[in-house]
Ligand binder design. Sequence first.
Ligand code: CA
Length: 228
Amino acid sequence: MPRILIIEDELAMRTALADILATEGHRVLVAQDGETGLERALAEKPDLMLLDIMLPRLDGFALCAELRRRGRLEPILMLTAKGQIEDRVTGLDAGADDYLVKPFSTDELLARVRALLRRTQRQAAATRELTMGEVQVDLARQRAWRRGKELHLTAKEFAMLRLLADAEGEPVSRERFLDVVWGYGAFPTTRTVDNHIASLRAKLEPNPEEPRWLKTVHGLGYRLERTV
Ligand code: CA
């Protein structure tokens, strides 16, 4: 279920947007000023943001620019009451993905939201191919190669790689591996996760003793780190 953060100071507009999106089955988060919006965006990583321009404490342009400066790429649909061309240019320069001019119809809002979410899904699909040095992994088809020679990974190893790829650069805890890869019905121990990572390293890493990509995060779990 996509999570959409609405950052809008006008109560009536915020409520209307939240109702429309909730009715469409989205999970809605809200913020009523720019600073709170930035905090929520950083903490909750929404799939999409609706961002008003004129906001107390931090305006939409500054908020958008700050998120992009921090490397955050979630799609941003800016809401503007003016609809003036200079607003659009400023917003696009700040890193917004699209615009909606108030007043707008429900249909137009939903169409823009669908388009932006589709774009994100296409980008996510593109990351289904992982390259790590000489190793290539096709996560969707569950196949892997080293210099064209097929490597044999188990379904659980592919599932672990997918989880690491989804969180690339960030740690994945042993408990999260157990929940997602093994499921709640099974009763493996966190040691099981370590054994599978050791096996993945043996298959993928040039030197499994000093992993380049499948890094240990001490006291927590593992992280996929690709420098390229
Ligand atoms: Ca406003």
